[in-house]
Design a protein around this ligand. Sequence first.
Ligand code: 5AD
Length: 450
Amino acid sequence: MPSVFIKTYGCQMNERDSEAVAAQFVARGYSLAASEATADVVLLNTCSVRDFAEQKALGKMANIAAAMRRTRPGAVLGFLGCMAQSRGEELLGKGVRLVLGTQKFHRAAEYADALLQGRQSAVCDTGAEAGSEAQIRDHVLGTDGTAPAVTAYVSIMQGCNQHCTFCIVPQTRGEERSRAIEDIVAEVRDLVAKGVREVTLLGQIVTSYGRRMIPTRDGKSPFVQLLEAVHEVEGLQRIRFTAPHPKGYGDDLVDAYGRLTKLCPHAHLPVQSGSNRVLKLMHRGYTRERYLEIVGKLRAARPGIGIGTDIIAGFPGESEEDFQQTLALVREADFDHAFAFKYSPRRNTPAAVMAEQLPQEVIEERHARLLALVNERSAAKFRALVGRLEEVLVEGPSRKNPARLEGRTGCNKIVVFEGSPRHIGQLLRLRIVRASAVTLYGDPAIVNLD
Ligand code: 5AD
C-alpha cells in the first residue's frame, strides 16, 4: 500500500485543505505516513502570505529532495496551495514533479497515482476550476469510522475579493466562491454524527460568504443565515469561524453573538493598523473609530467575548506617529490576543511598489515593540482568568503532557487539567487555578455541563 505525507504551512484554511487531500488519498487506498522519510508521496501545502513562509517550504523541499534522491528515488514530491498557485511551473524540477494550485486540491491523489505509476513524468496544474470550492468536504476518519477529533474545520468558501494592497491572497486563491448552505449543514451534521462537538467555519473572508449568491433575508446577510442554519444542528455544541473582515460586522452579525448560544464568545478581527492614513493605504475599508465601535458593540452583545487580531508593523509609508496609533489601538481595544507581523513585500501587490518602503531595521524594531506590547497584554488577560469558572470543551490529551487533558474555553484559550479519558468530548466547567503566558490550568474538581 503506498503512503502519503502532507506537511502544511500557514493558516487553518490550508490545514483544512490538507485534510481533504489526505482523505482523498485514503479513499484511494493510501496510508498516511508518520513522516516524509517513509512516504511514497510527499506534499508540502504552502503559504505565500509572507516571504518567510515561502522560504521555509522551499528549504524543506530542498532537504527532502536531497535525502530522497538517495533513499527513495521513485517517490513523488510536490507543492500544493498558494505558493504553487503563484509560482507555478518554476517549482518543477530539482526532484519536484507535482505542482498543484488552490483550485486543484481534489485532483492531488489522481495526479500522484499517475506519477507514481510512471504514466506521467511531471504535472503542473494551476488552472481555475468551476465548483472547486465544493470539493473541500471530505474528512479523514478514525479506523472505527468516527471522527478522530472533537473539533473539526469546515470550509465554507474559497477566494477573496478584498484586494488589500499588502496581500497576495486574491492572486493565490482567486475570486470569492461559496458553497451552498445545505452542503455545509450536511457536512456539519455528518461530523456531529461521528462525534464532533465543535466546528470552525473557514474561508479567506467568511463574512463575505454567499454574497451575490444568496439574498439578504430579514436584514440578515448570507453569512448570518449560514450561522443560523449550522446552529440548528442537533448535538453540535460550539461554532467558531475565521477569518472575518471588520467590514462584515454589521449589526446582524453583532446581534447573532447575542442570540446564538452555540456561537463561541470569540472573534478574530484583523485590524492590521491603528492609523487611519495607513488603513486607507492598505485599502481596508474602515477607520480605527469604526473598528473600535465594532469591538464595543461585540462586548455589549456578549460580555466577556475574547477578541483577537492581526497587525502588520512597517507597512510602506508608516510613520512613527502612525505606528504609535497602532500601539494606542492595541491598548484601547484590549485584545485577548494578537498576531504581530513584519510587513513583507509580496509580488504583484500594490504595496510592494509603493514609494516609501521602510528599511528592514525599522520594520524589525517596530515589530519587536508591538510584540512586547501584545504579549504583555495577552499575559494580563490570561492572569485575569485565574479564580474564574470557565466552560471548557475537552479535546484530548495535552500536547505537552499526554498524562493530562486539554480543551479550550469559549474565548479559545487552552486549558490543561487532570481528567480522565471519559471527559474527552465533554463540555466541563473548570475552575482556573493558574495561568502561564499561553495556557490556563484547571482545577480537577469538575462540573459536567453535558
Ligand atoms: N506582510 C505581512 N503580513 C501580512 N499579512 C498578509 N499579508 C502580509 C504581508 N504582505 C498578514 C495580515 C493577515 C494575516 C493572515 O497575515 O495581518 O491578516
